[in-house]
Design a protein around this ligand. Structure first.
Ligand code: NAD
Ligand code: UGA
Length: 464
């Protein structure tokens, strides 16, 4: 290594901090890694004896945690101790959209980033490399730098005078559900910074398992901005294909055939062209909103309006699905039982943040139906919490099996493409639902010919 570092502290033990540090620990046995969080319940869950109780569900994660936890990977609430011992501190805290005040609904709320900078300023000793892992508005490194400087300048104790900080941007590109796979084999690792030696220190860590040509080093601002733009481009593809799904439905075309034909052009590429109930998750909407806010801040209103449309189409797609369901069920779903299959925003995760299911379930409840919801990984409390804002939140029931959920239903709506839903037993289902029974498939998981043979009426998104 360029400068030997021994001790890493990661602030934030969430969906990014936990898995990303676990993978570093697995590849760097000489590093001690402490993941800290002020949420004691979360840290307790990371330390739980049963690996089924980890706070984040990701395929492959349990194995890594079982091998390295307590060896060179530790989870702790002792933030002061671990920052003070660290040579490198990753900031991996939440950066949600502001809910009130200036920029509400668009700007990122940076209060957690500021609190990290102040914790680091207070507790760090000697030379510390700060790594921005969280997704941040471009130029945030300069804010962090200003805060950190205030803990050194004008502070005359020997300890303060010996403090030096170098800030790097190293955004995370993992997707939930494939986090371990993405971390093990990233398309690229991006490191932005000013200090060449600090860049090399971080690069040396990744070189333990990532090919050098995949490690891109840039200036700070390009790195910070590239993360926002990557998410904006991905979300834009989803809104583009979703807008065309509606056109397919009215022109008797098929969205899968269109996606395939379009994606086979290698200049366009085949990924991220699956139509569905709109993108969810904690980041796409937040990051595009932030991009819109930044563009407006710099007076680029046309650019802001362009990206705003990606969010508008996403909302429209979700509303559109509810309208179609009501329309097909004879114009009313009041007092009907509707089964929702899938509540997570995508399969292989228990994350429900901004899941399309929340918006669609709220709209369905508003229409007066009784909802029965089943998700293989999201528990009852979580679903009820997400729907607690609805005035009709009493009209729902959470089931622990698909068939229990479907009993007596008029319709099933598939909102997450969990593996289990590809193998629905339509024969069994036809005996327990009320006829005429509808299947609304927003994720292309149902073979409609099989379902129709068992008497189901089937609507598939984007299928004319
Ligand atoms: P998260 O909410 O799951 O975890 C953040 C954690 O930080 C929380 O447990 C919180 O208690 C803790 N925290 C906040 N401030 C703290 C402080 N001052 N001291 C100690 N702990 C503190 O968030 P996440 O999903 O892991 O996302 C973190 C960042 O990574 C965000 O900026 C997000 O945009 C970005 N990101 C997320 C993903 C993803 O898949 N979730 C992927 C790439 C990038
Ligand atoms: C996304 C990006 O893919 C990651 O690169 C990024 O690091 C992360 O956001 C982040 O910054 O948080 P994630 O939100 O975990 O990852 O999951 P995706 O696979 O991108 O899916 C997001 C949403 O888009 C899901 O609701 C998914 O169902 C939907 N989607 C995805 C589609 O509707 N169609 C597609 O073709 C792909």
């Amino acid at each position: 290594m360029s400068t030997s570092i021994k001790n890493i502290c990661c602030i934030g033990a969430g969906y990014v901090g936990g898995p990303s540090m676990a993978v570093i620990a697995a590849h760097c046995p000489n590093l001690q890694i402490n993941v800290v969080d002020r949420n004691k319940d979360r840290i307790d869950a990371w330390n739980s004896i049963s690996l089924d109780d980890l706070p984040v569900y990701e395929p492959g994660l349990k194995t890594i945690i079982s091998r390295f936890r307590g060896i060179n990977l530790h989870f702790s609430i002792d933030i002061e101790k671990h920052i003070s011992e660290a040579d490198m501190v990753f900031i991996s805290v939440n950066t949600p959209t502001k809910v009130k005040g200036i920029g509400a609904g668009q700007a990122s709320d940076l209060k957690w980033i500021e609190s990290c900078a102040r914790q680091i300023g207070t507790y760090a000793k000697g030379s510390t490399i700060i790594v921005e892992k969280s997704t941040l508005p471009v130029k945030t490194a300069s804010t962090i730098k200003t805060i950190l400087e205030s803990y050194v300048l004008g502070n005359n104790t020997d300890e303060s005078k010996n403090k030096t900080f170098s800030i790097l941007s190293n955004p995370e590109f993992l997707a939930e559900g494939t986090a371990v796979e993405d971390l093990e084999n990233p398309d690229r690792v991006l490191i932005g910074g000013e200090d060449k030696n600090s860049i090399l220190v971080l690069k040396d860590i990744y070189l333990k398992w990532v090919d050098e040509e995949k490690i891109l080093t840039t200036d700070l601002w390009s790195s910070e901005l590239s993360k926002l733009i990557s998410n904006a481009f991905l979300a834009q593809r989803i809104s583009s294909i979703n807008s065309i799904s509606a056109l397919c439905e009215v022109t008797e075309a098929n969205i899968n055939n269109v996606s395939k034909a379009v994606g086979m052009d290698k200049r366009i590429g085949k990924y991220f062209l699956n139509s569905g109930p709109g993108f969810g998750g904690s980041c796409f909407k937040k990051d595009i909103s932030n991009l819109i806010y930044i563009c407006n801040h710099y007076g680029l209103s046309e650019v802001a309006a362009y990206w705003e449309q990606v969010i508008l189409i996403n909302k429209w797609q979700q509303k559109r699905i509810t309208r179609i369901i009501v329309d097909k069920l004879f114009g009313t779903i009041s007092e009907k039982k509707i089964t929702v299959l899938g509540f997570a925003f995508k399969p292989n995760t228990n994350d429900t943040r901004d899941s399309p299911a929340i918006h669609i379930c709220n709209d369905l409840l508003e229409e007066g139906c009784f909802l029965s919801i089943y998700d293989p990984k999201v528990n009852e409390n979580q679903i009820k919490k997400e729907l607690s804002q609805s005035e009709n939140s009493n009209s729902l029931d959470i089931s622990t099996s698909l068939y229990e959920a479907a009993k007596g239903s008029d319709a099933i709506i598939i909102l997450t493409d969990w593996e289990e839903f590809f193998n629905i037993d339509f024969k069994k289902l036809s005996t327990i639902m009320r006829a005429p029974s509808w299947i609304f498939d927003s994720r292309d998981v149902v073979d409609q010919e099989i379902a129709k043979n068992f008497g189901f009426k089937v609507w598939k998104l984007g299928n004319g």
